[in-house]
Design a protein around this ligand. Structure first.
Ligand SMILES: NC(=O)c1ccc[n+]([C@@H]2O[C@H](COP(=O)([O-])OP(=O)(O)OC[C@H]3O[C@@H](n4cnc5c(N)ncnc54)[C@H](O)[C@@H]3O)[C@@H](O)[C@H]2O)c1
Length: 401
């Protein structure tokens, strides 16, 4: 299958930054038959990225996912190139995976714009920065798009394709086609909101777990046990926060809270840990101690926290995305299943629980804690008042026949 770009095929892609994400993205491009030019600040970092690709391909060979001859073919498609000019001069598409720093990324985008062919699309793998702001550093605002891969890109199936304010539909569609060509499942984030889909919904879930802990309503272990063994999430909430990194959660939550102070209100749970450099798995301590691997979450506490509180807050977060026309219910559900490993997406869950039940539960929390952050999103109230209560009425976020 070929990807067209105003009549041209995406056959050559540049990857900027050969770190944790960049090397993985370069690898999956080459595995899909695309020619890759990869650059970094110096040869040493490029070579390090290349060695990581070789290591990962060896694993695929050991697991018989690919044959050894294929490994050589994949490697032959990857060139290490010095300087942006030579890296992008002959490509149709660029994926930037440099550090998460707006000033740095804007400088990179401005240079990429100078050297890349006029038809080339410039994509960023940013987790949290504004695609619109990156576009503004170029003269091709319609051809700048977010392509948010998950870590490790070789294994994680989801890609969030994010439109900035001026990104054209054609550019977004080309990014979606490229993600499919790489064997990924893309979802479309129609507006450039902080957190995109997965981190937005997770912010509501973290918020609720952290508040419950802070208020002394439940312990870390009770909440994680309920989430893992009752809700069937792949990790407990505190375990996931530690795994992602508490510094990252802290900054992502602050960004979302700065846009929507009425919806996400951060409890003073994370900041002290961040200040103490207890950042989670990467520093061997966060909410849990990680020195001996993954924490053991006790099964027997699963009934001691009402997991519906996590459900309804995730549903409220999803509803705000639907209300703001950021993403479709289907894409939100796909994103949470493929990006966070949830057994069901929040919109499917809402339809199963009943939207009237969800609204009632949120209102109960709002009254009990006198907190506006639990206010049900208007779209939930609207659907419930129209009788669109989900599966039981054959109409909710989805229609059922
Ligand atoms: N690590 C994750 O879990 C994850 C997940 C999704 C998205 N992201 C995003 O991906 C991007 C990269 O993150 P990472 O984890 O791979 O970081 P990283 O630090 O592992 O890699 C960044 C690489 O970029 C290189 N670099 C620095 N300045 C550069 C420049 N001017 N030009 C070219 N290369 C430069 C660095 O030398 C380094 O090799 C960030 O925007 C991050 O938010 C990260």
């Amino acid at each position: 299958m070929s990807v067209s770009l105003a009549g041209r095929e995406v056959t050559n892609v540049a990857v900027i930054g050969a770190g944790a994400m960049g090397h993985g993205i370069a690898q999956i491009l080459a595995m899909a038959g695309v020619g890759v030019s990869m650059t970094d600040v110096n040869r040493e970092f490029m070579q390090k990225g290349y060695e990581r690709i070789k290591w990962s391909l060896e694993k695929f060979v050991e697991k018989r996912t690919i044959r050894r001859e294929e490994m050589e073919n994949v490697l032959s498609r990857i060139r290490l190139v010095d300087g942006y000019r030579d890296t992008v001069s002959n490509v149709d598409f660029v994926i930037e995976a440099a550090p998460e720093d707006l000033t740095l990324k804007k400088k990179i985008f401005s240079e990429l714009d100078t050297y890349a062919p006029p038809h080339a699309i410039l994509a960023s793998n940013t987790s949290s920065l504004s695609i619109t702001a990156l576009g503004s550093a170029t003269k091709r605002v319609d051809k700048v798009v977010g392509m948010h891969f998950f870590n490790p890109p070789q294994l994680m199936p989801l890609v969030e394709v994010v439109k900035g304010a001026s990104t054209s539909d054609e550019t977004a569609q080309t990014a979606i086609s490229l993600a499919k060509k790489l064997g990924k499942t893309p979802v479309l984030v129609k507006k450039d909101v902080r957190g995109f889909i997965v981190n937005s919904v997770l912010a509501y879930v973290f918020n609720e777990a952290f508040w419950a802990l802070h208020r002394g309503e439940a312990t870390r272990d009770q909440i994680d046990s309920a989430v893992k063994y009752k809700a069937g999430f792949p990790m407990g909430i505190f375990e996931l926060a530690d795994y992602i990194g508490l510094d990252i959660i802290d900054s992502a939550s602050k960004q979302i809270a700065s846009e929507h102070a009425d919806r996400v209100k951060i409890p003073p749970v994370i900041e002290p840990l961040v200040k103490a450099r207890k950042l989670g798995q990467k520093t061997k301590e966060g909410f849990y101690v990680w020195r001996e691997g993954r924490p053991r979450i006790p099964f027997e506490l699963a009934d001691e926290f009402d997991v519906a509180r996590i459900y309804v807050n995730s549903i409220n977060g999803a509803a705000w995305l639907v209300q703001g026309d950021v993403a479709s219910p289907q894409d939100i559900d796909t994103a949470m299943k493929f990006g966070a490993g949830w057994p069901s997406g929040p919109c499917e869950l809402a339809d199963r629980l009943g939207l009237d039940v969800v609204v009632q539960k949120l209102k109960e929390l709002q009254t009990r804690f006198n907190e506006p952050m639990y206010k049900p999103c208007p779209i939930l109230e609207e659907y419930a008042s129209k009788g669109w209560t989900g599966r039981k009425s054959k109409r909710g976020f989805y229609s059922y026949t």
